[in-house]
Design a protein around this ligand. Sequence first.
Ligand code: BGC
Length: 350
Amino acid sequence: MKKVVLIALVIAVALSCAFGEGQLIGVAMPTQSLQRWNQDGANMKAKLEAKGYKVDLQYANNDINTQIQQLENMITKGCKVLVIASIDGSVLSDVLKQAKDNGVKVIAYDRLIMKTPNVDYYATFDNFKVGVIQGKYIETALGLDKGKGPFNIELFAGSPDDNNAVFFNKGAMSILQNYIDKKKLVVPTKQTEFTTIAIQSWSSEKAQARMDNLIAAKYAGRTKLDVVLSPNDSLAIGIVASLKNAGYGTAKKPYPVLTGQDCDKANVKAMIAGQQSMSVFKDTRTLAAKVVEMVDALMQGKEAAVNDTKTYNNGVKVVPSFLCDPVFADKNNYKALLIDSGYYTEADIK
Ligand code: BGC
Protein backbone atom coordinates (compact mmCIF):
# COMPACT_ATOMS: atom_id res chain seq x y z
CA MET A 1 0.00 0.00 0.00
CA LYS A 2 2.76 2.39 1.07
CA LYS A 3 4.50 1.70 -2.23
CA VAL A 4 1.37 2.59 -4.21
CA VAL A 5 1.04 5.89 -2.37
CA LEU A 6 4.70 6.65 -3.00
CA ILE A 7 4.39 5.90 -6.71
CA ALA A 8 1.24 8.07 -6.93
CA LEU A 9 3.12 10.87 -5.21
CA VAL A 10 6.08 10.59 -7.56
CA ILE A 11 3.76 10.65 -10.57
CA ALA A 12 1.88 13.67 -9.17
CA VAL A 13 5.11 15.57 -8.58
CA ALA A 14 6.43 14.66 -12.01
CA LEU A 15 3.19 15.76 -13.66
CA SER A 16 3.05 19.02 -11.77
CA CYS A 17 6.65 19.80 -12.71
CA ALA A 18 5.89 18.99 -16.32
CA PHE A 19 2.93 21.38 -16.15
CA GLY A 20 5.13 24.08 -14.67
CA GLU A 21 3.80 24.09 -11.12
CA GLY A 22 5.97 25.98 -8.68
CA GLN A 23 7.35 28.02 -11.58
CA LEU A 24 7.46 31.78 -11.36
CA ILE A 25 5.03 33.93 -13.36
CA GLY A 26 5.41 37.72 -13.56
CA VAL A 27 2.31 39.90 -13.42
CA ALA A 28 2.92 43.58 -14.18
CA MET A 29 0.02 45.96 -13.50
CA PRO A 30 0.03 49.70 -14.27
CA THR A 31 -1.16 51.32 -11.05
CA GLN A 32 -2.86 50.79 -7.74
CA SER A 33 -4.60 54.14 -7.98
CA LEU A 34 -7.53 52.71 -9.93
CA GLN A 35 -9.71 50.10 -8.36
CA ARG A 36 -9.86 47.80 -11.36
CA TRP A 37 -6.12 47.09 -11.54
CA ASN A 38 -6.03 46.13 -7.86
CA GLN A 39 -8.78 43.64 -8.58
CA ASP A 40 -7.10 42.39 -11.74
CA GLY A 41 -3.79 41.89 -9.90
CA ALA A 42 -5.37 40.18 -6.91
CA ASN A 43 -7.47 37.89 -9.13
CA MET A 44 -4.48 36.91 -11.25
CA LYS A 45 -2.33 36.17 -8.21
CA ALA A 46 -4.99 34.10 -6.46
CA LYS A 47 -5.88 32.10 -9.56
CA LEU A 48 -2.25 31.41 -10.52
CA GLU A 49 -1.37 30.39 -6.97
CA ALA A 50 -4.37 28.08 -6.86
CA LYS A 51 -2.78 26.31 -9.84
CA GLY A 52 0.49 25.97 -7.97
CA TYR A 53 2.45 28.77 -9.64
CA LYS A 54 4.53 31.30 -7.76
CA VAL A 55 3.65 34.87 -8.64
CA ASP A 56 5.69 38.05 -8.81
CA LEU A 57 2.97 40.74 -8.84
CA GLN A 58 4.11 44.35 -9.35
CA TYR A 59 2.36 47.69 -9.72
CA ALA A 60 4.23 50.52 -11.43
CA ASN A 61 2.53 53.65 -10.16
CA ASN A 62 1.72 54.60 -13.78
CA ASP A 63 5.45 55.22 -14.33
CA ILE A 64 6.86 53.78 -17.55
CA ASN A 65 10.44 53.37 -16.31
CA THR A 66 9.28 51.65 -13.14
CA GLN A 67 7.32 49.15 -15.23
CA ILE A 68 10.31 48.49 -17.50
CA GLN A 69 12.54 47.89 -14.47
CA GLN A 70 9.98 45.57 -12.93
CA LEU A 71 9.86 43.56 -16.15
CA GLU A 72 13.67 43.37 -16.30
CA ASN A 73 13.69 42.06 -12.71
CA MET A 74 11.06 39.48 -13.53
CA ILE A 75 13.18 38.18 -16.40
CA THR A 76 16.28 38.09 -14.18
CA LYS A 77 14.40 36.25 -11.44
CA GLY A 78 13.49 33.52 -13.92
CA CYS A 79 9.82 34.17 -14.67
CA LYS A 80 8.65 31.85 -17.43
CA VAL A 81 5.69 33.94 -18.55
CA LEU A 82 5.08 37.69 -18.22
CA VAL A 83 1.52 38.95 -18.00
CA ILE A 84 1.61 42.68 -18.70
CA ALA A 85 -1.02 45.40 -18.44
CA SER A 86 1.12 48.12 -19.97
CA ILE A 87 1.16 51.80 -19.07
CA ASP A 88 2.35 52.95 -22.48
CA GLY A 89 1.88 50.11 -24.95
CA SER A 90 4.61 51.25 -27.31
CA VAL A 91 7.72 51.53 -25.11
CA LEU A 92 8.34 47.92 -24.14
CA SER A 93 10.15 46.71 -27.29
CA ASP A 94 13.65 46.53 -25.71
CA VAL A 95 12.63 44.73 -22.54
CA LEU A 96 10.46 42.31 -24.52
CA LYS A 97 13.41 41.55 -26.80
CA GLN A 98 15.22 40.57 -23.60
CA ALA A 99 12.27 38.37 -22.66
CA LYS A 100 12.34 36.68 -26.06
CA ASP A 101 16.12 36.09 -25.82
CA ASN A 102 15.52 34.39 -22.45
CA GLY A 103 12.71 32.19 -23.74
CA VAL A 104 10.09 34.06 -21.71
CA LYS A 105 6.56 34.13 -23.15
CA VAL A 106 4.52 37.34 -23.05
CA ILE A 107 0.78 37.87 -22.66
CA ALA A 108 -0.61 41.39 -23.06
CA TYR A 109 -3.27 41.84 -20.39
CA ASP A 110 -6.24 44.05 -21.25
CA ARG A 111 -4.06 46.56 -23.17
CA LEU A 112 -2.29 45.62 -26.39
CA ILE A 113 1.52 45.94 -26.42
CA MET A 114 2.48 47.79 -29.57
CA LYS A 115 5.38 47.85 -32.05
CA THR A 116 7.04 44.56 -31.09
CA PRO A 117 6.99 41.02 -32.46
CA ASN A 118 7.67 39.72 -28.94
CA VAL A 119 4.17 39.52 -27.59
CA ASP A 120 2.63 36.06 -27.89
CA TYR A 121 -1.01 36.59 -26.93
CA TYR A 122 -3.50 39.27 -25.99
CA ALA A 123 -6.44 38.83 -23.63
CA THR A 124 -8.94 41.62 -23.20
CA PHE A 125 -12.57 42.57 -23.40
CA ASP A 126 -14.03 43.46 -26.76
CA ASN A 127 -12.94 47.08 -26.64
CA PHE A 128 -14.84 48.21 -29.75
CA LYS A 129 -17.99 46.70 -28.26
CA VAL A 130 -17.46 48.68 -25.03
CA GLY A 131 -17.73 51.88 -27.10
CA VAL A 132 -20.73 50.55 -29.02
CA ILE A 133 -22.54 49.84 -25.73
CA GLN A 134 -21.89 53.43 -24.62
CA GLY A 135 -22.97 54.88 -27.98
CA LYS A 136 -26.14 52.80 -28.09
CA TYR A 137 -27.00 53.80 -24.55
CA ILE A 138 -26.82 57.48 -25.56
CA GLU A 139 -28.87 56.75 -28.69
CA THR A 140 -31.67 55.12 -26.69
CA ALA A 141 -31.54 57.39 -23.63
CA LEU A 142 -32.04 60.50 -25.78
CA GLY A 143 -34.45 58.84 -28.24
CA LEU A 144 -32.15 59.63 -31.17
CA ASP A 145 -33.27 56.42 -32.84
CA LYS A 146 -36.85 57.76 -32.67
CA GLY A 147 -35.88 60.95 -34.46
CA LYS A 148 -35.49 63.13 -31.36
CA GLY A 149 -32.94 65.92 -31.17
CA PRO A 150 -30.95 68.04 -31.55
CA PHE A 151 -29.06 67.51 -28.29
CA ASN A 152 -25.81 69.04 -27.07
CA ILE A 153 -23.01 66.56 -26.44
CA GLU A 154 -19.40 66.79 -25.27
CA LEU A 155 -16.93 64.03 -26.02
CA PHE A 156 -14.09 62.60 -23.96
CA ALA A 157 -11.58 59.87 -24.86
CA GLY A 158 -9.08 57.85 -22.85
CA SER A 159 -5.32 58.02 -22.60
CA PRO A 160 -3.62 58.47 -25.99
CA ASP A 161 -0.85 55.97 -25.07
CA ASP A 162 -3.44 53.21 -24.49
CA ASN A 163 -4.52 51.43 -27.67
CA ASN A 164 -7.83 50.57 -25.98
CA ALA A 165 -8.74 54.25 -25.88
CA VAL A 166 -8.82 54.32 -29.70
CA PHE A 167 -11.10 51.28 -29.85
CA PHE A 168 -13.50 52.64 -27.23
CA ASN A 169 -13.73 55.88 -29.17
CA LYS A 170 -14.21 54.18 -32.55
CA GLY A 171 -16.92 51.93 -31.10
CA ALA A 172 -18.86 54.85 -29.60
CA MET A 173 -18.46 57.02 -32.69
CA SER A 174 -19.67 54.15 -34.91
CA ILE A 175 -23.07 54.92 -33.36
CA LEU A 176 -22.82 58.66 -32.62
CA GLN A 177 -21.12 60.05 -35.75
CA ASN A 178 -24.22 59.49 -37.87
CA TYR A 179 -26.28 61.67 -35.49
CA ILE A 180 -23.56 64.34 -35.45
CA ASP A 181 -23.60 64.35 -39.27
CA LYS A 182 -27.42 64.69 -39.23
CA LYS A 183 -27.10 67.49 -36.64
CA LYS A 184 -29.22 65.54 -34.17
CA LEU A 185 -26.18 65.69 -31.90
CA VAL A 186 -24.32 68.97 -31.73
CA VAL A 187 -20.92 69.51 -30.12
CA PRO A 188 -21.07 73.20 -29.10
CA THR A 189 -17.33 73.39 -28.32
CA LYS A 190 -16.58 71.70 -31.68
CA GLN A 191 -13.98 69.55 -29.89
CA THR A 192 -14.27 66.19 -31.60
CA GLU A 193 -10.72 65.18 -32.60
CA PHE A 194 -9.34 62.24 -30.65
CA THR A 195 -6.16 64.12 -29.76
CA THR A 196 -8.16 67.07 -28.41
CA ILE A 197 -10.60 65.06 -26.33
CA ALA A 198 -8.11 62.43 -25.02
CA ILE A 199 -7.21 62.54 -21.32
CA GLN A 200 -3.62 61.57 -20.51
CA SER A 201 -3.24 58.67 -18.04
CA TRP A 202 -7.01 58.33 -17.67
CA SER A 203 -6.71 61.03 -14.98
CA SER A 204 -9.87 62.07 -13.09
CA GLU A 205 -8.28 65.43 -12.28
CA LYS A 206 -7.45 66.15 -15.93
CA ALA A 207 -10.98 65.15 -16.97
CA GLN A 208 -12.40 67.48 -14.32
CA ALA A 209 -10.20 70.34 -15.52
CA ARG A 210 -11.24 69.80 -19.14
CA MET A 211 -14.93 69.66 -18.19
CA ASP A 212 -14.46 72.92 -16.23
CA ASN A 213 -13.07 74.51 -19.39
CA LEU A 214 -15.88 73.20 -21.57
CA ILE A 215 -18.50 74.52 -19.15
CA ALA A 216 -16.79 77.91 -18.96
CA ALA A 217 -16.52 78.10 -22.76
CA LYS A 218 -20.06 77.12 -23.75
CA TYR A 219 -22.38 76.30 -20.88
CA ALA A 220 -22.05 79.27 -18.53
CA GLY A 221 -25.15 80.82 -20.10
CA ARG A 222 -28.31 79.18 -21.37
CA THR A 223 -26.88 76.42 -23.50
CA LYS A 224 -28.00 73.09 -22.07
CA LEU A 225 -25.59 70.21 -21.81
CA ASP A 226 -27.58 67.06 -22.56
CA VAL A 227 -24.96 64.34 -22.69
CA VAL A 228 -21.29 63.60 -22.09
CA LEU A 229 -19.52 60.62 -23.63
CA SER A 230 -17.01 59.37 -21.07
CA PRO A 231 -15.05 56.26 -22.07
CA ASN A 232 -14.53 55.03 -18.51
CA ASP A 233 -15.28 55.50 -14.84
CA SER A 234 -12.15 57.38 -13.77
CA LEU A 235 -12.97 60.13 -16.28
CA ALA A 236 -16.64 60.06 -15.28
CA ILE A 237 -15.65 60.75 -11.65
CA GLY A 238 -13.83 63.92 -12.71
CA ILE A 239 -16.66 64.97 -15.01
CA VAL A 240 -19.26 64.55 -12.24
CA ALA A 241 -17.10 66.59 -9.84
CA SER A 242 -16.91 69.41 -12.38
CA LEU A 243 -20.65 69.30 -13.09
CA LYS A 244 -21.43 69.32 -9.39
CA ASN A 245 -19.23 72.39 -8.84
CA ALA A 246 -21.03 74.10 -11.71
CA GLY A 247 -24.40 73.57 -10.02
CA TYR A 248 -25.67 70.53 -11.90
CA GLY A 249 -27.78 67.98 -10.05
CA THR A 250 -30.87 70.10 -9.30
CA ALA A 251 -34.39 69.95 -10.74
CA LYS A 252 -33.63 73.03 -12.85
CA LYS A 253 -30.22 71.83 -13.92
CA PRO A 254 -30.22 68.03 -13.97
CA TYR A 255 -27.09 66.01 -14.65
CA PRO A 256 -26.56 65.24 -18.32
CA VAL A 257 -26.59 61.64 -19.54
CA LEU A 258 -23.11 60.34 -18.71
CA THR A 259 -21.45 57.08 -19.71
CA GLY A 260 -18.64 55.10 -18.07
CA GLN A 261 -16.87 51.78 -17.94
CA ASP A 262 -15.55 49.39 -15.24
CA CYS A 263 -18.33 49.57 -12.61
CA ASP A 264 -15.86 50.88 -10.04
CA LYS A 265 -17.46 51.09 -6.60
CA ALA A 266 -17.49 54.90 -6.55
CA ASN A 267 -19.23 54.90 -9.94
CA VAL A 268 -21.86 52.35 -8.95
CA LYS A 269 -22.63 54.72 -6.08
CA ALA A 270 -22.77 57.60 -8.59
CA MET A 271 -25.21 55.59 -10.74
CA ILE A 272 -27.44 54.92 -7.75
CA ALA A 273 -27.27 58.64 -6.87
CA GLY A 274 -28.29 59.60 -10.44
CA GLN A 275 -25.00 61.36 -11.25
CA GLN A 276 -23.76 58.83 -13.81
CA SER A 277 -26.19 57.07 -16.13
CA MET A 278 -24.46 53.83 -16.98
CA SER A 279 -21.24 51.89 -16.91
CA VAL A 280 -19.86 48.87 -18.72
CA PHE A 281 -19.18 45.84 -16.56
CA LYS A 282 -16.03 43.93 -17.42
CA ASP A 283 -15.88 41.03 -15.01
CA THR A 284 -12.18 40.94 -14.17
CA ARG A 285 -12.63 37.43 -12.77
CA THR A 286 -13.42 36.18 -16.29
CA LEU A 287 -10.40 37.91 -17.80
CA ALA A 288 -8.08 36.62 -15.08
CA ALA A 289 -9.42 33.07 -15.53
CA LYS A 290 -8.80 33.28 -19.28
CA VAL A 291 -5.25 34.53 -18.82
CA VAL A 292 -4.49 31.78 -16.31
CA GLU A 293 -5.66 29.27 -18.94
CA MET A 294 -3.28 30.93 -21.41
CA VAL A 295 -0.39 30.76 -18.93
CA ASP A 296 -1.12 27.09 -18.30
CA ALA A 297 -1.17 26.31 -22.01
CA LEU A 298 2.14 28.13 -22.59
CA MET A 299 3.76 26.35 -19.62
CA GLN A 300 2.76 23.05 -21.18
CA GLY A 301 4.26 24.09 -24.50
CA LYS A 302 0.81 24.29 -26.08
CA GLU A 303 -0.99 26.97 -28.06
CA ALA A 304 -3.44 29.08 -26.05
CA ALA A 305 -7.12 29.25 -27.03
CA VAL A 306 -8.07 32.46 -28.86
CA ASN A 307 -11.23 33.77 -30.50
CA ASP A 308 -9.88 36.65 -32.58
CA THR A 309 -6.98 36.56 -35.02
CA LYS A 310 -7.79 39.67 -37.06
CA THR A 311 -8.48 42.75 -34.97
CA TYR A 312 -5.43 43.54 -32.90
CA ASN A 313 -2.55 44.56 -35.13
CA ASN A 314 0.21 46.03 -32.97
CA GLY A 315 2.04 47.62 -35.89
CA VAL A 316 4.32 44.61 -36.35
CA LYS A 317 1.91 41.69 -36.29
CA VAL A 318 -1.66 40.70 -35.56
CA VAL A 319 -1.57 39.39 -32.00
CA PRO A 320 -3.79 36.33 -31.43
CA SER A 321 -6.39 37.47 -28.94
CA PHE A 322 -9.08 36.26 -26.65
CA LEU A 323 -11.89 38.78 -26.27
CA CYS A 324 -14.22 38.54 -23.28
CA ASP A 325 -17.67 40.02 -23.42
CA PRO A 326 -18.41 43.44 -21.85
CA VAL A 327 -21.90 43.94 -20.42
CA PHE A 328 -24.16 46.97 -20.04
CA ALA A 329 -24.79 48.10 -16.44
CA ASP A 330 -27.03 50.75 -14.92
CA LYS A 331 -28.92 51.34 -11.71
CA ASN A 332 -31.63 48.86 -12.77
CA ASN A 333 -29.44 45.81 -13.30
CA TYR A 334 -26.40 46.42 -11.10
CA LYS A 335 -27.75 44.23 -8.29
CA ALA A 336 -28.03 41.13 -10.44
CA LEU A 337 -24.72 41.82 -12.21
CA LEU A 338 -22.56 42.89 -9.31
CA ILE A 339 -24.09 41.77 -6.04
CA ASP A 340 -25.78 38.48 -6.93
CA SER A 341 -22.66 37.38 -8.82
CA GLY A 342 -20.54 38.02 -5.71
CA TYR A 343 -18.43 40.71 -7.41
CA TYR A 344 -19.29 43.23 -4.69
CA THR A 345 -21.10 43.09 -1.38
CA GLU A 346 -23.95 45.48 -0.62
CA ALA A 347 -21.61 47.19 1.85
CA ASP A 348 -19.07 47.90 -0.94
CA ILE A 349 -21.45 50.25 -2.72
CA LYS A 350 -23.28 51.83 0.23
C1 BGC B 1 -9.03 49.63 -19.49
C2 BGC B 1 -10.22 50.26 -18.82
C3 BGC B 1 -9.74 51.25 -17.77
C4 BGC B 1 -8.69 52.20 -18.33
C5 BGC B 1 -8.09 53.05 -17.25
C6 BGC B 1 -8.13 50.70 -20.04
O1 BGC B 1 -7.03 50.14 -20.70
O2 BGC B 1 -9.47 48.77 -20.54
O3 BGC B 1 -11.00 49.25 -18.22
O4 BGC B 1 -10.83 52.02 -17.32
O5 BGC B 1 -7.66 51.47 -18.95
O6 BGC B 1 -7.40 52.31 -16.33
